[in-house]
Design a protein around this ligand. Structure first.
Ligand code: CO
Length: 208
């Protein structure tokens, strides 16, 4: 007997329903992938990219990890960004965090969680940097750090050689910072949109 049979049953039903609505759906999808968006979000099971923004398969390229971190030494994430920008030529990169993020809460806590603590160090760095630069004092709540983390990861996307090269070539590319509320399913634009290197701190701008 096949393991996890209910998932295969669900899949069969979904494929049939999809074909009923659009008989050519899978043929069209197999021919090409040209999504205009790259979504970088949290791996949290409650934040499924396509569903939240009402997009079908083929309409958004997705990378998810714990707490939507973009690290300049993470070849997994960088490869996704490079493929999305240089091959798929997406026009928008959306970094989407969410309130009540367990990864962010874990970073704020001193409870040891294991290997993941090394990953969450990136969020601790966001916390510490924002305290230094913004003069944040006292206790910081999880949701404030969720927003600061989105802002930091938007900047990290923009600092990559991939995005800077794209702008230098004249490619249209905007990087957005959004946050999602688990409580009501609503997305909020944090108004962090960056579309050119002039919006970045000088040390991160690459000329030439
Ligand atoms: Co999360």
């Amino acid at each position: 007997m096949r393991e996890l049979k209910e998932l295969f049953d669900n899949n069969k039903q979904w494929a049939e329903q999809t074909r009923e609505q659009d008989p050519q759906f899978f043929e069209k999808l197999a021919e090409q992938q040209a999504p205009p968006y790259l979504w970088i979000g949290c791996a949290d099971s409650r934040v499924p990219a396509n569903q939240i923004v009402g997009l079908d398969p083929g309409e958004v390229f997705v990378h998810r990890n714990v707490a939507n971190v973009v690290s300049h030494t993470d070849f997994n994430c960088l490869s996704v960004v490079q493929y999305a920008v240089e091959v798929l030529k997406v026009q928008h990169i959306i970094v989407c965090g969410h309130y009540g993020c367990g990864g962010v809460a874990g970073a704020l806590s001193d409870a040891p969680l294991g290997l993941i603590d090394n990953w969450l160090r990136h969020i601790k760095d966001v916390y510490e940097t924002s305290k230094l630069t913004e003069g944040e004092s006292g206790e910081m709540d999880v949701n404030t750090l969720c927003e600061l983390n989105v802002a930091a990861q938007v900047r990290n996307v923009c600092h990559t050689t991939i995005v800077q090269d794209a702008w230098r070539r004249g490619q249209t590319l905007s990087v957005h910072g959004w946050i999602y509320s688990l409580a009501d399913g609503i997305l909020k634009d944090l108004d962090l949109c960056i579309s050119n290197p002039d919006q970045l701190a000088e040390i991160y701008r690459m000329g030439g």
